[in-house]
Design a protein around this ligand. Structure first.
Ligand SMILES: C[S@@+](CC[C@H](N)C(=O)[O-])C[C@H]1O[C@@H](n2cnc3c(N)ncnc32)[C@H](O)[C@@H]1O
Length: 201
């Protein structure tokens, strides 16, 4: 494990993360979608197919308090970047305050603007995209725009990985990706659906 991954800033999320997450949910239940952050078992399973040594840029939609972000940073090569985009400014402030890692770029904004955000940061695309956005609470046009933009931003062979309570995302993925795999994840409260989608190369 490299020096960065051993740093204290990547410790597992603790009570302050849980409280910040719950506050975010109370302030905006539709956008946050769940009062509890994702379980560590779900995080490991979701990230399992990623070939980490090939990743240069990973984009995360809806990092919340960084449950996935911390695990991504543990696995990410030293020279790679994690661009984490969230609409809740409190979550972005929390990420910046609790994760001291030069590979993390935490951006207050919407996944709808992901293309402009990553272009503005000098990236020409994403190797993989990870999404925690609750698509069931978005209107279909917005959800469709986010998934279409994600499919365009991904480099050849890149995965769009998503976790959700409901199945609203499924038709959007079939519309914009060639291959869509779904699994049920019971070891999460509430249980999730997990998706891995990609475009044929
Ligand atoms: C279910 S929470 C997931 C949080 C965290 N990744 C986890 O696993 O516990 C959904 C997150 O998506 C964010 N979100 C909702 N709509 C968004 C959008 N359009 N763009 C970016 N983030 C969004 C919320 O603020 C929240 O942080």
């Amino acid at each position: 494990m490299n020096q960065i991954a051993q740093s204290a800033s990547l410790n597992k999320p603790g009570a302050s993360c849980a409280l910040t997450f719950l506050r975010g949910f109370v302030a905006n239940p539709a956008a946050v979608g769940s009062p509890l952050a994702t379980s560590s078992n779900t995080v490991r399973r979701m990230l399992q197919p990623v070939e980490w040594d090939r990743v240069r840029t990973l984009v995360e939609f809806g990092p919340g308090v960084g449950t996935f972000s911390r695990e991504v940073l543990r696995r990410l090569p030293r020279s790679a970047t994690l661009i984490a985009i969230d609409t809740e400014v409190g979550f972005i402030d929390h990420l910046r305050a609790t994760i001291d890692d030069p590979r993390l770029v935490a951006v207050h904004g919407s996944a709808c603007d992901a293309r402009q955000i990553i272009d503005g940061l000098g990236n020409d695309g994403a190797d993989h995209i990870l999404s925690g956005i609750p698509f069931s609470t978005l209107d279909e046009a917005t959800g469709d725009e986010i998934v279409a933009c994600a499919a365009q931003m991904l480099r050849p062979g890149g995965l769009f990985m998503a976790y959700q309570v409901k199945l609203a995302l499924e038709p959007l993925l079939h519309r914009h990706f060639d291959e869509v795999e779904r699994a049920r994840q019971w070891l999460n409260m509430p249980p999730f659906h997990l998706w891995w989608a990609r475009t044929a190369t």
